[in-house]
Design a protein around this ligand. Sequence first.
Ligand SMILES: [Zn+2]
Length: 319
Amino acid sequence: MTSAGAVVEVGVDLGGTATRVVVRHDDVTVGHTTVTTSDLGKGSPDQRARSLWSVIKDIVSTDMDLSSIGIAASGPIDVRTGIIENADTLEWFSGFNLVGLMAALSGVPVFIENDAVAAAIGEYQHGAGRDAERLLLVTLGTGIGVALLEHGQPFRQFNGQHPDSGHIPVFGDNVICYCGLTGCWEQSASRLALERALSPLHSGEVSPTELISLISAKARGGDEMATEAFVEYGRKVGRGIALLHTVYGPSVTVIGGTVANTFDLFSSGMNQSLTRADGFYLPVDIVRAELGPEAGAIGAAALAKDRSSEKPSVLRKAT
Ligand SMILES: [Zn+2]
């Protein structure tokens, strides 16, 4: 329980499917909820912001003192304007000033960030990448999310955007990705790609989550085809990580996303792709994420807390 008048921050992780909201006091989660994002997407932009604010109000009790809100959102975000530009998977919250509307409704500063960056900040402050000098976060999900932090600060492109490194072209195939390039990493190494690779190994009707769970149990039981499927998937995961290690030289790489549950099965394949000749060795710790599915929301709350205390604010503060 928090004491009356406790200062809290709220972190929101707007995902294409689910939206997670956490309330944090003294860097501890004191409330959380998960709602279906499409349920928040009804009506005008103003109504959508009101729906989100209503979810937040439900878990911030009236005796708490809300100080700031951080929003993590999937896809490209113009951090200068606070506008989400993800018409592909987050259309309900794209193309309008969500930050401004939320600030007007709540009366507190509101900050926005890419979800991979927010998750990296969460892992940097409270998880597997604590205080890493250079942290690389790779989230294996529907796509592949990547973020790099240097001393806790996100690396960005010249225009302020977070580099969408799931789309580094590391394979020589001719499959055209929805981004327009060919051979994109996430086309072969996302969770969806793993599901495609595993589906021939099971004949019955199962959900994608059950499929990964069933085949990983087979692999842990010694089934050779199941084992090789994960090793081959690991090789593909490693191809992109090898490139990122070469370019960024992180001190710690954190692997997150639901597929990280099978880290024990794909890490040997991944390490094959990361093996370098003597003289090219890179000392990088590769570890599993610790914060689980709430990493993005926890990171969003942490960045809201940090940025609302910055003077002058170098990142967007809604007015
Ligand atoms: Zn692509």
